[in-house]
Design a protein around this ligand. Structure first.
Ligand code: B12
Length: 492
């Protein structure tokens, strides 16, 4: 059986990082880990070929080669996913779809022969058995969650590694918290399920052996969901693994209570983590109470962020505006918070209700859903009717984004962050493209760019105050260039 594993194209979004990746001549931020994992579960006599449409074209020759197509997607890839499905159908392929978009909204899609939803570890074997017998059903689902200690290592060998800015690797699934707007617990449950340290070091070894030295993103919903296991099992193994290795800095996602645990942060840094994404959401206690983000309540969030930065972890943050309790003052409150905390990469979005979440169900009952869930939470659109009124939300949101990504505020944030940050030792070896990116940024941002004054001011400041952080300052400047481009196309 010849199978195409297809990953639809991302539009130009905040997280596509397309305008930044050009500086290092990469085409996409991360590969599709779900499909690489599914590939590892296919029968040995099947021949899989991966085509990530973000780095390569799907040609007629590819379609003619294949017997069937396996498609994975997030909501943000919806348009490209539908196009890919239609092309495969026209070429006479059997189309199989799975992953977060289809698990949440499969009934929206035409042209798919078989939906294999939820975790493939459970549903794929059932589908494969029926398929080989010629009696496959239209839809496979399960309310259960799998044992990820049995998940096979992803098929990295199917990738052209050079095309990507980073690699993803997964340690755990699930999150102990219960935020109203988040669909992670619906998709992956409350109880964090962890891989063994041996599984993790085996996956890292595979990547290292293939020559990967760039960043590795632990794509966990909450990396610190089980702190005891981390401290006693995983992190000691990662610290040992790292000895004698070059590059491969790690980053991940965690909850804010990471700030309470200095030994844990210390171990993470020693293991090679240098950045962490945290859902801050809002500095307003009323908004946090409303969305049940209890872990963020009654804290000095700015001080928490600084503590994490001082431990050696860059903090990237997620923020939301448009909670029912938000008034028009929220936009300025968010700007002030983001500036004070020195969160350079601040993902701010209007509140959205992903299908399957408790928020979606509540707003459906209140008749406050409108349009489809686009899935790009920094695109300036929403599928909810906010209490403050959609015009006020849109206008406030747009102004907020234009402000925080204006060169003046953005570069000021870089300096605030670099002042706090205690950089860990691990460095990505400076390959030719990263070296050239320094020059490209000098010309694109320092000569041609509207931000040139701020660019040189910040580089000079870093050179004199934190010279070791100069490459990081340039990297953040390049990210800023991407974010400014995204802000320019926000709907007005
Ligand atoms: C890593 C990640 C990213 C990365 C890169 C992803 C990439 N290149 O593929 C980055 C940071 C770029 C990213 C960005 C975004 N992400 Co994201 N991301 C994740 C995260 C944390 C992990 C995904 C992953 O690799 N998992 C590991 C693999 C092994 O699991 P998996 O993909 O789910 O695959 C399993 C099953 O789903 C299934 N499966 C998957 N595909 C297929 C296909 C077939 C045929 C079959 C049979 C089975 C199958 O089998 C696999 C094994 O069980 C998830 C949360 C999560 N826990 O999954 C969110 C998640 C996928 N992201 C989400 C969102 C919303 C976004 C953003 C829109 C957020 C934003 N702020 O704008 C952006 C959009 C991307 C863009 N470019 O615009 C949502 C998607 C919701 C939805 N319904 O679509 C998720 C679920 C998080 C959430 N809380 O809602 N993301």
């Amino acid at each position: 059986m010849k199978v195409l594993l297809l990953y639809p194209e991302f539009p130009d979004t905040f997280w596509s990082l397309k305008h930044a990746l050009r500086f290092i001549r990469k085409k996409s931020a991360y590969p599709p880990l779900g499909l690489l994992t599914v590939a590892a579960m296919l029968p040995a006599h099947w021949s899989p070929r991966l085509i990530d449409l973000n780095v390569a074209k799907l040609t007629e020759a590819d379609l003619a080669w294949a017997d069937c197509a396996f498609i994975s997607a997030m909501a943000v890839q919806r348009k490209s996913a539908q196009e890919v499905i239609s092309r495969c159908k026209e070429a006479g392929l059997t189309v199989v779809a799975g992953g977060p978009l289809f698990t949440a909204e499969h009934e929206q899609f035409t042209g798919v022969d078989h939906f294999v939803l939820n975790e493939a570890e459970i549903t794929l074997p059932r589908f494969l058995e029926d398929f080989e017998k010629g009696c496959a059903k239209r839809c496979y689902t399960t309310p259960q969650f799998c044992d990820i200690q049995k998940t096979p290592p992803p098929r990295w060998d199917l990738l052209d590694l050079k095309q990507y800015g980073g690699m993803g690797i997964q340690f755990s699934r699930g999150c102990p918290f219960n935020c109203e707007f988040c669909n992670v617990t619906v998709l992956f449950g409350h109880r964090p399920r962890m891989k063994s340290p041996e599984q993790m070091t085996r996956e890292l070894d595979d990547l290292y052996r293939l020559g990967w030295r760039g960043p590795v993103f632990f794509v966990d919903d909450n990396f610190i969901g089980n702190k005891t296991y981390l401290k006693t099992e995983l992190l000691p193994a990662l610290i040992r693994w790292r000895q004698g290795k070059k590059g491969m800095p790690f980053n991940t996602e965690a909850s804010i209570n990471l700030a309470d645990d200095a030994p844990l942060m210390g171990m993470m840094v020693e293991a090679g983590f240098d950045a962490v994404f945290i859902g801050i959401e809002t500095p307003e206690e009323s908004g946090l109470a409303e969305c049940n983000k209890s872990q963020n309540k009654n804290r000095d969030l700015v001080e928490d962020v600084h503590r994490i930065q001082r431990a050696g972890l860059q903090v990237q943050g997620g923020f939301i505006v448009g909670f029912d309790s938000d008034t028009r003052s929220i936009f300025q409150r968010q700007i002030d918070f983001i500036q004070k905390s020195g969160i350079v990469t601040a993902m701010v979005g209007p509140l959205q209700a992903p299908p399957g979440t408790r928020l979606y169900e509540r707003l459906k009952k209140e008749n406050r859903l409108k349009g489809i869930f686009i899935g790009d939470n920094v695109g300036g659109t929403t599928n909810i009717i906010p209490k403050m009124g959609i015009e006020a939300l849109n206008e406030g949101y747009r102004k907020l984004m234009l402000q925080i990504y204006s060169p003046k505020l953005y570069y000021r944030r870089i300096r605030t962050f670099l002042r706090e940050y205690q950089a860990p030792e691990i460095r990505v070896p400076l390959d030719l493209q990263r070296f050239l990116a320094l020059f490209r940024s000098g010309i694109r941002l320092g000569v041609l760019g509207g931000e040139r004054m701020q660019y040189w001011k910040t580089l000079l400041w870093t050179f004199f105050r934190r010279p070791g952080l100069l490459p990081l300052a340039v990297t953040l400047a390049i990210y800023g260039h991407h974010f400014q481009k995204i802000c320019k196309v926000l709907p007005s």
